[in-house]
Design a binder for this molecule. Structure first.
Ligand code: IMP
Ligand code: MG
Length: 180
């Protein structure tokens, strides 16, 4: 798909590479939690496609839930303020929880989510992020499972958006905007 107007898209990670890596991450999770129950918590909306591919490759007794936060407004800059838009449907007390994120950027969103979820006393709380931009980190958080480390570029596709668009791209693409 071409970018609309003056927005330009360049493929960074192809669908086939994503599928292969998602399978590897799922195998690692399956190994780490072997014979235990697993509860995946997807961070809406960006992680929905990653989670739906990931969960089908996990060979464990697994349940899923979703949480929604807003950290970014319409543009590419983080406001630094995280707001809870939708809470979990059920308790995570005593569960093996893997929080599933699309991308870890400054770490502000993840720091907030880990704080509120840890208060609910899960047995284990880990993080799986499809993408990691370590150079942008403002908070010292690290994902336990990472799909790909990427450079400091704004990316869309495979669930990630720019102003709610481009989530449907099969590949992860770098988005360039015209100068303002
Ligand atoms: P953080 O709080 O800065 O770590 O940002 C995490 C959230 O910002 C992610 O869950 C995304 O929704 C969004 N985000 C950060 N970088 C990008 C990007 O390159 N493309 C699209 N969304 C992004
Ligand atoms: Mg987003």
């Amino acid at each position: 798909m071409a970018g609309t107007g003056q927005e330009k898209l360049k493929v960074l990670i192809r669908r086939a590479a994503i599928q292969k890596r998602v399978r590897e991450v799922a195998q690692q999770i399956t190994k780490d939690f072997r014979s235990e129950r697993l509860h995946l918590v997807g961070v809406l909306k960006g992680a929905c496609i990653f989670l739906s591919d990931l969960v089908r490759e996990i060979d464990l007794d697994t349940s899923i839930d979703f949480i929604a936060v807003s950290s970014y407004g319409k543009n590419k800059q983080s406001s630094g303020q995280v707001r809870l838009l939708k809470d979990l449907d059920s308790s995570i007390e005593g569960l093996n929880v893997v929080l599933v994120e699309d991308i870890l950027d400054t770490g502000l969103t993840l720091t907030y989510l880990l704080r509120i979820l840890q208060q609910r006393r899960p047995k284990v709380l880990r993080v799986a992020a499809l993408l990691d931009k370590p150079s942008r980190r403002l908070k010292p958080v690290k994902p336990d499972y990472v799909g790909f480390r990427i450079p400091n570029e704004f990316v869309v596709g495979y669930g990630l958006d720019y102003s709610e668009r481009y989530r449907n791209l099969k590949d992860v693409c770098i988005l360039s905007l015209p100068p303002e």
